[in-house]
Design a protein around this ligand. Structure first.
Ligand code: HEM
Length: 223
């Protein structure tokens, strides 16, 4: 692409702030666990807040932040990937089709990580926004976690042997661990995709996610 000094605004400030806050919060949460539970939980809340905001912003935000601007069919996405491999992919001013698919995959996996984290926090610590739903308080003999089933507690709040609390805990721990690792894998793929697309279109996408600006469209067929 021909370089000029003229740039156009692509990513609004909220998209950029949300992105770089998400990057920091995700890594803080990933590398802190039970030993630093407070930090882990607050980083997780930050991730959850950003996921909720980003979904809302996908319907109400600026032009290139909207889902309708970057969610493309699997066919278009596969064709883009094929074209990238042949180094003849069309440049997109917002997310390219593969980048758009990655945004959806990241939001889905981050939603799974944070929701399972909230379930574990409620079951183990009786804390967080789901605590009321899964708490083992003395006055309620049976409580429900959203999955996989109810568990009972006695007057002291201890679990009644044979109830489903332990299996609920194990279930959500498994979901939490698997989804966190799937997210890490997606992040690595995402960063690799950013590098490949930057090289292929000869533009610095990381810089664009910082400044919010890109070179304008200057070729026929660009979107
Ligand atoms: C140092 C590591 C990272 C770099 C360099 C990076 C870079 C970028 C860039 C350049 C874009 C815009 C891509 C485009 O132009 O289409 C982007 C988008 C995005 N990235 Fe990252 N990223 C990183 C880590 C992460 C992590 C850890 C997450 C999530 C856990 C993440 C989630 C996202 C999401 C959701 C978007 C879409 C932004 C939006 O439309 O709101 N990124 N990233």
């Amino acid at each position: 692409m021909k370089a000029t000094n003229v740039t156009v605004k692509v990513w609004d400030p909220l998209v950029r702030i949300a992105h770089w806050t998400l990057v920091s919060a995700f890594f803080v949460a990933y590398f802190t666990e039970e030993e630093l539970l407070t930090q882990h939980v607050w980083a997780g809340y930050t991730v959850a807040g950003i996921v909720i905001f980003r979904i809302f912003w996908g319907f109400t935000g600026s032009e290139h932040a909207r889902f309708r601007d970057f969610v493309r069919s699997p066919g278009v996405t596969m064709r883009y990937l094929g074209d990238i491999a042949k180094n003849r992919a069309k440049r997109y001013i917002g997310h390219n089709p593969a980048g758009g698919a990655m945004v959806l995959a990241l939001l889905a996996s981050l939603a799974a990580v944070t929701f399972s984290g909230l379930e574990i926090y409620a079951i183990e610590e009786n804390a967080g926004p789901l605590a009321g739903m899964v708490s083992n308080g003395a006055n309620n003999p049976a409580h429900f976690t959203l999955l996989p089933g109810a568990y009972a507690s006695d007057d002291t709040g201890d679990e009644v042997p044979g109830s489903g609390r332990e299996s609920a805990e194990e279930f959500w721990e498994e979901v939490h661990e698997v989804s966190a690792n799937v997210t890490l894998f997606l992040v690595l793929l995402h960063v690799a995709g950013v590098i490949v697309a930057s090289l292929s279109h000869r533009e610095n996408l990381v810089k664009a996610m910082i400044t919010g600006r890109k070179q304008p469209r200057d070729r026929t067929g660009e979107e």
